[in-house]
Design a protein around this ligand. Structure first.
Ligand code: RP5
Length: 162
């Protein structure tokens, strides 16, 4: 069974990253959760990333804020896909996190999503879509979610005009 690892730089990132784990769980994806600070736990970071594939992880979602080096440093130590979630920081509203995560040098990609809650949710859906490349059931689960989302939008217009 394939797994998604959800990694965050601090417990303070959890309220945002929980939105990703909730969606992954709803989609039936096995997850593992870690707090690994790029700056406070650099050795743990390298160890985790180097062993992730043989530990059954297929996608890594990494959320960090401020000087958000966690996703990039994970990507530097593995060829698994890494999705970076810029946490909405207090000082600069997450623009610092976004730029720290998205501006990777060529050759070490991080798939960077939006700042904050939308980003955390999209990280989970993107991970599911990556898994869905080789897992028909997961592709169907994502398609089902999309249909429900479309229907909810249609229903919201109907409610507006009631
Ligand atoms: C980053 O620094 C974390 O990802 C977090 O978003 C930010 C602040 O961390 P704390 O000081 O709240 O632990 O490493």
């Amino acid at each position: 069974m394939t797994k998604v690892a959800v990694v965050m730089g601090s417990i303070s990132d959890w309220p945002t990253m929980q939105l990703a784990t909730d969606i992954l769980t709803d989609l039936g994806i096995e997850i593992e959760k870690h707090i690994i600070s790029a700056h406070r736990m650099p050795k743990t970071l390298a160890q985790f990333a180097e062993n992730a594939r043989e530990n059954g992880v297929s996608v890594i979602i990494a959320g960090a804020g401020g000087a958000a080096h966690l996703p990039g440093m994970l990507a530097a130590s593995t060829t698994l896909p890494v999705i970076g979630v810029p946490i909405q920081s207090k000082a600069l509203n997450g623009l610092d996190s976004l730029l720290s995560i998205v501006q990777m040098p060529a050759g070490v990609p991080v798939a960077t999503v939006a700042i904050g809650t939308a980003g955390a949710k999209n990280a989970a859906y993107l991970a599911a879509q990556i898994i869905g490349i080789s897992d028909v059931k997961m592709a169907e689960a994502v398609a089902h979610f999309r249909e429900a989302q479309t229907q909810a939008a249609i229903d919201s217009e109907a409610a507006l005009n009631e």
